[in-house]
Write a protein that binds this ligand. Sequence first.
Ligand SMILES: Cc1cc2nc3c(=O)[nH]c(=O)nc-3n(C[C@H](O)[C@H](O)[C@H](O)COP(=O)(O)OP(=O)(O)OC[C@H]3O[C@@H](n4cnc5c(N)ncnc54)[C@H](O)[C@@H]3O)c2cc1C
Length: 495
Amino acid sequence: MPSDAYDVVVVGAGNAALCAALSASENGASVLVLECSPEDVSGGNSRFTAGAIRFAYNGLEDLQEIVTDLTEEEIATTNFGTYTEDQFFDDMFRVTQYRTDPDLCEVLVRQSFPTIKWMREKGVRFVPIYGRQAFKVDGMFKFWGGLTVESVGGGPGLIEMLTKAALKSGIEIHYEARALSLLFDGFKIEGVKIRHQGELKDIAAKAVVLAAGGFQANSEMRTRYLGPGWDIAKVRGTPYNTGDGIRMALDIGASSTGNWSGRHSVGWELNAPEFGDLAVGDNFQKHSYPWGLIVNARGERFVDEGADFRNYTYAKYGREVLAQPGHFAWQIFDNKVLHLLRDEYRIRQVTKVSSDTLEGLAEQLDGVDAAGFLRTMEAYNKAVQTDIPFNPNIKDGRCTKGIDLVKSNWANTIDEPPFEAYAITCGITFTFGGLRINTDAEVQSTDYRPIPGLFAAGELVGGVFYNNYPGGTGLMNGSVFGKVAGRSAAEYVKQ
Ligand SMILES: Cc1cc2nc3c(=O)[nH]c(=O)nc-3n(C[C@H](O)[C@H](O)[C@H](O)COP(=O)(O)OP(=O)(O)OC[C@H]3O[C@@H](n4cnc5c(N)ncnc54)[C@H](O)[C@@H]3O)c2cc1C
């Protein structure tokens, strides 16, 4: 075979792409992976993650197939609980307001356990997420949010382990190789046009898997599809996900679907750079707000900080911050909960103020109306139902009464010094709209038929997430549909 002709070309080298490449290869295809970034920052958004990945499991035995080296002590002191397929379905339906595509959701949920097992067999190692997803109460850790493991070494570790597995399987990876357009004869895919090492090349391929991420790093597309103001958002991850994969498929008549005006976005350090910084990873996020309050420039609250566990609210609260005057907010905590703050609050790159009095704090909250803030605090402190016990492991029902915007759970008075406040803005993670695929990951045309030879997986697929998202599902979505896409592409090639 000439070096520039392959059975399957995969565009991107993130989690979805590498899973697709491994799957195509184990099903007998010769595979080339094209990644537009340099090798040291390759892996797209997947490299920026903590590697937290959601899957259904029925208890410890299942978990031990994924985390193969759990110690006796970990087992004795941890309630890993279960996260059944039914719970996963419920979470997907609830957070997407029953809009997730039922067929794709079914594949996502039911294939989540077999897929993570397959990743483990390929050499990806996982550990429990004690730091962020479990609290110790009465001597026992309890996992509270359906999100129990992360890859060893976080996102960088995940990409390294998948890349190693790919190279071991004989898959070629070209870095700084940008896919520009699809070669298409009007009926079927024939390859990809690329720019690599200063040359334009046509790479012949019988099938192409697009796994090149969403359009969140493209401020023009953000503004066009998400709406005015989204040009202001900070990009949490890679600068390379500029919507190329979506655009090249639409150019040849692919069908678009899903929540094109929707996105995953979070509270993110106010002074973070335009794009993610791999030295900081996901630590610009500030996700301990369920234990405190969030106020805007008027000193007013604007979300129910305790509406649900962090895993089910963080991805929709970024847009609420963006909608505030000046696109910023401050998170407020007192001494009672400082020990619960996630590790991301203890990095150097935070915009933080502290004081022994609320008045002293108010003076330092840059851009905030101090009188408004103190009014909010007074009303809130009076409204907390202190007779209900606080428990971070459950939705404890410790709420407020008598103020317009309720805090539904984990409402503690904020009255014990020292007080700390952290400034945030909106950080966008990825976009929800994208290409229409079927359950075999075949890209559909505007005639609602598969485009022969074209497959897609990961962020650039539409229809899975709407409005919101359960934490840890982005990676699993890419893994499940990457594996399906790779297998489908290899099977197509054999026809
Ligand atoms: C800070 C942060 C933390 C996160 N934490 C988590 C988490 O803990 N758990 C979780 O499940 N999800 C998390 N996510 C979301 C998760 O990163 C994504 O959902 C997932 O990684 C997407 O995988 P993907 O393979 O589709 O895209 P990516 O991993 O982004 O890969 C796309 C690749 O395509 C390449 N590419 C783009 N255009 C071209 C082109 N024209 N030619 C060639 N290559 C191209 C890009 O360079 C990139 O490498 C997080 C995201 C961020 C930003």
